[in-house]
Design a protein around this ligand. Sequence first.
Ligand code: HBI
Ligand code: FE
Length: 278
Amino acid sequence: MSITVEAYARECAEQGLRGDYAACQADFTVEQSHDYTDEDREVWHILCDRQTKLTSKLAHHSYLDGVEALGLLEQIPDFHKVSERLRGMTGWEIVAVPGLIPIDAFFDHLANRRFPVTNWLRSKKELDYIVEPDMFHDFFGHVPILTQPVFADFMQLYGLKGGEAVKIGGEQMVSRLYWYTAEFGLMRESGAPVLKAFGAGLMSSFTELQFAVTSPDAHHVPFDLGTVMRTSYEIDKFQRAYFVLPSFDTLRDAFSKADMPGLVARWKDAEPLDPAAV
Ligand code: HBI
Ligand code: FE
C-alpha cells in the first residue's frame, strides 16, 4: 500500500468524507458497525422497497438471481453472513470499509475476491442522491451480481490486471472500464431483444435506472474495450453513453485477452473520447 491509514484518514477528514477512517486496518477495512439506528433501518427499508419495484422489471436476471440467492433485503445485511453464502457460490466475500479507499488497496481487495462495502448508510434527507457511495449503493448495487460466475471472474481479473495498469499510468483508463461496466453497464443478450441493466450505479439509482433502460434519449453503444477505456465520464449527471454487452463472457474474455500495457502506453495521454459522440 502506498499511503498509510493515518495519512489517508487525514486526507479524508480534510475532504469532509463521512467515514471513520481512523478505525481502519492497514488494508483499509473496518469491522461492520452494528450500532445501526432506527433511522438507518427505516432508510434501508424505504430504499430497498422503492428500488426493487424497478429492478424486478429492469435488472438483468443474474442480478435478481443473486438477490434471491443471498436473501439480501429484509434488513440491514450482516456482512459476515453474506460472505459465507457468497464464498460458497463464487469465492467472493465482502469486507467493510468506511467509504472510498486508496485505489491500490481497492484493486488488491478485488484481486483477492474481496469486495469493499461501505458500512454507513445515507440519511433520510439523502434518499435520492448521495455523492459518496454508501452501504446501499455498494451492497444493493454491487454485491448480488458477484454471484454470477463469469462476472465474478471478470471482477477478480479486473483487480489483478487493472491494478498492474494503475502502476504504469493507466488509472483513468481502468476507472473508465469500471465505470461503464460495473457501475453503468447494460446487457442485451444475443437473441433477446430486451435491454437489461446490471451496473451498480443503475441498480441503486431510482431515476437513472429508468432513463438508461427505457428512455429513447439514452445513448446505447455496443461494448468495445478500447473505446470504453478511452471514453471520459462525469460522476454527477446521467451518463451520455451506456455501453451494452452481449454477454458477461464478452467482457471477461476481452479483458483477459487485452494487452493492457500496450493499450495504456498508446492511449493514456490521448484526448479522451466524448461519450455523446461514440
Ligand atoms: N473504494 N470503497 C471503494 N469503492 C470503490 O468503488 C472505489 C474505491 N476506491 C477507488 C475506486 N473505487 C475507483 O478508483 C474505481 O474506479 C476503481
Ligand atoms: Fe460503485
